[in-house]
Design a protein around this ligand. Structure first.
Ligand code: FES
Ligand code: FE2
Length: 364
């Protein structure tokens, strides 16, 4: 038996309550990891763009005239005005301040009276790009220009997702929900990364979608892979066809450290979680649902609605209570329930995740 001092304990409260920790995370983990920007189907045409934020930094993705997608920091190289807002389509990118004009590939094309400036070569001026990977149509950005590839960060995930979602190349965003949770982003991510709380808090999920007794979560590089079987067909809350393919009767999710998860419900239904830190005690959670060609699907729509009313609502109550608890002076970080055999009644995945969280506040 381990002495009490060797138990793995929950992270100290300051990780969830001190603004300084979030500042260090934004300089550390959040700007050196792969983060979801959006789906390529959101910008199908030349000149289409959408804006987003990572680690407090404004960025946008745009499709250029050769149809190539770029990710740029949303800032003019003259005197730092922001270039674009929201979503839209541009033939060229014109800065609202002094009208410097950029091509869609980021190259400065024109600025009034620039030719009068001795020694100024406009071909040397380009928007600052961010590293981008297109992962089955899902666009991920890393603010670290030296970042290793997603395959190195999350080994085998690319291939496994194709097995679970054979239709992945035809998927488009069908439905999205954005919610704000009154808690630190790490509480929401930790709650996502264990199912020790599922049997007592998620009745609809545990009784009508998956079999909790088969649930496990295992690390795979910087991914936490969730696996479980679907519930018995007579108890499933929506119809699935097991004969459709080898993975139709399974649930799996791939949480990609730090703020994204691909989740495949039985029946090969792909949906996603994306977290965005707002401040030390607020996080935005985006739930995305995908269908072939983005077509209306009654089954997916009903499942998304059920998920929102049950699992998502139940989790919000849990994480917001924990945030209040973290500010309670009576809290002493308790031991994690690390069962060496893993399984649903274990928090071994939290032990791994919190190691990444501790390392994530070191600036690199
Ligand atoms: S700041 Fe953009 S043109 Fe001046
Ligand atoms: Fe949950």
């Amino acid at each position: 038996m381990n002495p009490q001092s060797e138990l793995t304990r929950n992270l100290p409260r300051r990780y969830y309550t001190e603004p300084e920790i979030l500042v260090r995370e934004r300089e550390g983990a959040l700007s050196t990891t792969w983060q979801y920007a959006g789906h390529e189907s959101q910008i199908p045409e030349r000149g289409d763009y959408f804006t987003f934020e990572i680690a407090g930094q404004g960025l946008f993705c745009v499709r250029d005239s050769e149809r190539k997608i770029h990710a740029f920091f949303n800032v003019c190289q003259h005197r730092a005005h922001e270039l674009v807002t929201g979503v839209g389509n541009k033939r060229v990118i014109v800065c609202p301040y002094h009208a410097w004009t950029y091509n869609l590939d980021g190259q400065l094309r024109y600025g009034r009276n620039l030719s009068s400036v001795p020694g100024l070569d406009i071909s040397k001026i380009c928007l600052t790009s961010a590293k981008l990977e297109n992962f089955h149509g899902f666009l991920f950005v890393n603010l670290d220009s030296e970042a290793r590839s997603m395959e190195e960060w999350y080994p085998n995930v690319h291939e496994e997702i194709r097995e679970f979602v054979p239709q992945i190349d035809r998927l488009k965003l069908f439905r999205v929900e954005k919610l704000v949770e009154n808690c630190n982003w790490k509480l929401s991510v930790e709650n996502y990364s264990e199912c020790y709380h599922c049997p007592i808090n998620h009745k609809a999920f545990s009784n009508g979608i998956i079999k909790p007794e088969t649930y496990d979560i295992q690390p795979q590089g910087y991914c936490l892979r969730h696996t479980t079987e679907c519930q018995n067909l007579d108890k499933m809350s929506y119809p699935i066809y097991l004969e459709a393919n080898a993975t139709a009767g399974k649930y799996s999710s791939w949480y990609l450290w730090p703020m994204f998860s691909f989740q495949v419900y039985p029946g090969n239904i792909l949906n996603t979680y994306c977290w965005r830190d707002i401040d030390v005690d607020h996080v935005e959670v985006q739930r995305g649902w995908f269908s072939v060609d983005g077509e209306d699907s009654e089954v997916i729509d009903a499942l998304a609605e059920q998920d929102l009313q049950t699992t998502v609502a139940e989790d919000i109550r849990l994480v917001e209570s924990v945030q209040r608890g973290m500010r309670n002076r009576g809290y002493r970080p308790g031991p994690l329930v690390v069962d060496p055999k893993g399984g649903v009644h274990s928090e071994h995945s939290i032990e791994v995740l919190q190691e990444w969280m501790r390392a994530g506040i070191q600036t690199q």
